[in-house]
Structure formats: C-alpha cells, structure tokens
Design a protein around this ligand. Structure first.
Ligand SMILES: Nc1ccn([C@@H]2O[C@H](COP(=O)(O)OP(=O)(O)OP(=O)(O)O)[C@@H](O)[C@H]2O)c(=O)n1
Ligand SMILES: C[C@](O)(CO)[C@H](O)COP(=O)(O)O
Length: 231
C-alpha cells in the first residue's frame, strides 16, 4: 500500500553537543538525515516525503537532498518550538494521503520490513507504531533511591516510524493543539483521542542519534551492514 512520510528535522540537537544540527553530522561521508531519506526514497510504496526544517537551514538541507539525488522529497515545512509543532506543520503541508508515516530524521537505520508492516497494520487499524521490548530492568527512582521496580513484561521502548490514517493523525494533532496537550510522540496524541494504537516490533538498531555515543554505535551499524553486503 502506498504511503507518505513526514520527517521532523528541525531540532537543535542539544544533547548531541555538536556545533551544528546533529542531522548534518556525517557518518562515512554522508549526513545522518540522508541515510534516513534514502530508505524511503528507495521504497516503491513511498509516494513522497515532506521535511520540517528550521528556516535558516532549509537551503542547506535542500542542497544536500539534491547532491545525494533524493527524488521523493516533495516539500519543506518550517519546524516549530516543539517536535509536535514541526510534525503538525509537515502534516498540513503534506496534505491528504491514505496512510502517513512520521519518522524522526535522526533515525537513519530503519528497516524496510518494519516500514511495510507498519503501513499494513495502520491501514487495518488506523494507528501502528514501531517499538522494541525493554531488555533491562526498569526502576523508579526518587532522590537517588529506588522506589519501585517496574514489571518490564509490559514495557516497550517506542521508536518511529509511527503510521496512521492521515485524517486520524491530523485530527489528533489539531485536538492536541486546541487542548494545549503536548506529547513526545504522535501516538500520545491519538491516545489522547481515545483511539487504540498498535505496536509493531522493530529492531534494536533503529536508534535515534541523540547523544555522542550514538554516533559511535551508528558507525558500527554502518560497518556491520557494509560487511554483510560484501559477504
Ligand atoms: N522542535 C523540534 C524538535 C525536534 N525535531 C526533530 O525531531 C526528531 C527527534 O527529536 P530529537 O532527537 O529530540 O532532536 P532534538 O530535539 O534536535 O534533540 P535535543 O532534544 O537533544 O535538542 C529529530 O529528527 C529532530 O530534528 C523537530 O523537527 N522539531
Ligand atoms: C518520537 C520518539 O522518537 C519516540 O521514541 C521520541 O519520543 C522523540 O523524543 P525526542 O526527545 O523528541 O527525541
């Protein structure tokens, strides 16, 4: 089934502590966000991508998109103060499609198999998001003292892509804006409407490039994938 993608790329990358937008940092000579766009650009089911970017970075990002031959970027929205604002701006620019995915431009290692499963599940249920089961023991802490060990059997680490029927997500985004409701992912906005959201098991290497150590992990993933391709 065909789908479109909105990619928030207008963050400040504070936790990366880099001199520039972390998405522009290079792994093996290619900016992080280009790896992300390439996955969707190669997918025949992807009908188009819309990026939410900082106005002052738009030309630079457009130049990279052209230089690396990305064909399916259809437009650029101006990002907002919060990730949620950037996603809403991208959604409104992208316009109607049956299924829309929201994917962090900072997650370059998304699997095409997971994308396909998300699109299928969202077309059936309206909402499906990527995640992986928690592997560590999770505890609640107050003032450096453990207050509770949480039963991890029901805990998942949530990622993107997050896939939705377009009208559902747009309605959720507008309701959240009207209610002053702030969510850290799109699923929270749909949950806020009381609509069920399904989980699709993703891969642990679908990591969000957030802190400097993630760059090290990212380089290791790239090296591993290159070795697989050559073997
Ligand atoms: N106002 C914002 C904040 C984030 N993002 C995007 O949302 C994705 C996930 O956000 P995150 O990893 O938190 O990026 P930053 O907000 O840039 O990181 P930090 O919190 O460390 O500043 C990134 O691709 C980022 O560019 C965005 O488009 N608009
Ligand atoms: C959407 C997300 O990637 C799901 O894990 C995450 O919530 C983004 O959080 P961030 O602080 O905006 O990176």
């Amino acid at each position: 089934m065909k789908y479109t993608v909105v990619l928030p790329a207008a963050g400040s990358g504070k936790r990366m502590k880099a001199e520039r937008n972390k998405l522009l940092l290079e792994l093996s000579g290619k900016p992080i966000f280009i790896y992300t766009l390439e996955v969707f650009d190669k997918d025949p089911h992807c009908e188009g991508m819309w990026l939410a970017v900082k106005e002052e970075e738009r030309q630079l990002i457009e130049d990279y998109v052209k230089r690396f031959g990305i064909r399916k970027v259809k437009g650029y929205a101006t990002g907002g103060a919060e990730r949620q604002d950037s996603v809403r701006a991208g959604l409104e620019l992208a316009g109607q499609s049956e299924i829309v995915l929201v994917h962090d431009a900072a997650r370059p290692f998304i699997s095409p198999v997971v994308i396909s499963e998300l699109v299928e599940r969202a077309s059936e249920s309206g909402a499906a998001i990527a995640g992986v089961p928690v592997k560590d023991t999770i505890k609640k802490v107050r003032e450096a003292v453990i207050t509770e060990t949480v039963d991890r059997a029901a805990l998942w680490m949530i990622q993107t892509p997050q896939a939705f029927r377009y009208e559902l997500l747009l309605e959720a985004a507008h309701l959240a804006q009207a209610d002053g409701f702030l969510g850290t992912d799109e699923a929270m906005l749909v949950e806020h409407m009381g609509h069920p959201v399904q989980i699709v098991e993703s891969t642990y290497d679908n990591v969000k490039m957030t802190t400097p150590d993630d760059l090290i992990y990212g380089k290791a993933i790239l090296a591993s994938r290159l070795q697989e391709e050559q073997s």
